[in-house]
Design a protein around this ligand. Structure first.
Ligand SMILES: Cc1ncc(COP(=O)(O)O)c(C=O)c1O
Length: 378
């Protein structure tokens, strides 16, 4: 009888003892994933500033810094507060609007701090808060590289913000972008990345002509990670997902099957309906994220990628058995690779870290919260 976690799997005894659903991280794969990015960045002369939104954990932030990251990227103030003691150099890649966020920003423990923003309003808030706190906050002007989410879309607007930064007495670090619209297979990304280079090139030229050349051009994502060197003028990459990878990363060809470090361990709770099996990992464990390239399902089994999660309820995941002869029994355990790992991690209180030959170690996802934490009693 074949199972998704065979007895020959060195992790098997550890997995059998865990309650499900449980988020698992294979540490040897994480170390390899980090080394691969670090080597790539060094080979292309790129600074590596991984986005911590994927793991939201001190443990993994520390591993990234040890593997050669220059600092971390964060999206929330909670991530910055939690990880600032580990990485003394933070980029908040999210415009900090509102008094509460600005107060938290200037109180951060990080030695070096930058924010990425795209409006005069956000700039004015940062300048005022930095001045009041006597804190240096560098500015990265966000440019829309084609995604159409954040970022100024004409070079003159980037120049205006860079000049406004200097006039406000803040250091202008450079420009940043996020190519979230590029989700094609690696071999098909070239055209889109040329368009990204062209947009950035126009901004860099305008800034240089205005006497404000950007020292840093910061951008990138996991789907585009291995083509980052094709983006003209790029100096810094900010991949998040690549520490663990996920089904989306595998589908676009940005990771191999043995680079999938994160899975959700689940138990088959029903096979009553023919052609399917229901597991105890639903949308509250996996997240309800679509797959790229029109692929079906909300995740797939690690050992049997042809078995996808066809439907989700909050605590139920329905496995589609139409593409396999495998017929699981009730009580059998499977490992599911979610479509988007960052969402799944954010749904977990903690992760089980797996090392061959050792007990699983619990590691909290300690920066999942958003609001400032009240001081813990005792
Ligand atoms: C601003 C920014 N930078 C970097 C990233 C990292 O992208 P990925 O998780 O694809 O590596 C993201 C992802 O959402 C982002 O929003």
């Amino acid at each position: 009888m074949s199972t998704a976690t065979p007895a020959s799997d060195p992790l098997h005894p550890v997995l059998a003892a865990l309650e499900t659903p449980a988020a698992l991280v294979e540490m040897e794969r994480v170390r390899r994933n980090l080394a691969r990015v670090s080597t790539y960045a060094a080979a292309h002369g790129l600074a590596w500033r991984p986005h911590a939104k994927t793991h939201k954990s001190r443990r993994f932030a520390g591993m990234q810094m040890q593997a050669g990251a220059v600092g971390l990227t964060v999206a929330t103030l909670a991530e910055a507060e939690e990880l600032g003691a580990i990485a003394g150099d933070l980029l908040l890649a999210y415009p900090p609007l509102g008094e509460a966020r600005l107060r938290r920003l200037v109180e951060l423990p990080a030695r070096r701090l930058a924010v990425m923003l795209d409006s005069a309003e956000a700039l004015a808030g940062v300048a005022e808060a930095a001045r009041a706190a006597g804190r240096e906050v560098e500015v990265v002007v966000e440019v829309d590289a084609g995604m159409g989410r954040l970022g100024v879309d004409v070079p003159a607007a980037a120049v205006a913000l860079a000049r406004g930064t200097v006039d406000a007495g803040l250091p202008f670090r450079g420009v940043g972008f996020y190519p979230g619209h590029v989700r094609s297979r690696l071999a098909e990304q070239r055209g889109q990345l040329r368009a990204v280079s062209a947009r950035l090139g126009a901004v860099r030229e305008a800034l240089a002509a205005a006497g404000l050349p950007p020292a840093v051009v910061s951008g990138g994502s996991t789907p585009t990670l291995w083509c980052s060197h094709e983006i003209d003028g790029l100096t810094e990459i900010r991949p998040g997902t690549s520490i663990f990878n996920d089904r989306s990363t595998a589908l676009v060809g940005a990771c191999a099957a043995d680079e999938l470090a994160y899975t959700v361990l689940a138990t088959v709770v029903s096979t009553a309906v023919p052609g399917q099996a229901v597991v105890d990992a639903g949308s509250k464990a996996l997240g309800r994220e679509e797959a790229p390239l029109g692929a079906a399902g909300f995740g797939a089994l690690l050992e049997r990628p042809e078995v996808t999660v066809r439907a989700l309820s909050e605590e139920h995941g329905t496995l589609d058995l139409s593409q396999t002869d495998w017929r699981p029994r009730v009580g059998e355990r499977v490992r599911i690779v979610p479509n988007h790992v960052c969402i799944s991690v954010n749904l977990q209180e903690g992760l089980w870290l797996l090392e061959e030959g050792a007990d699983a170690e619990w590691s909290p996802v300690s920066a999942r919260h958003r609001l400032r934490r009240p001081p813990t009693a005792g």
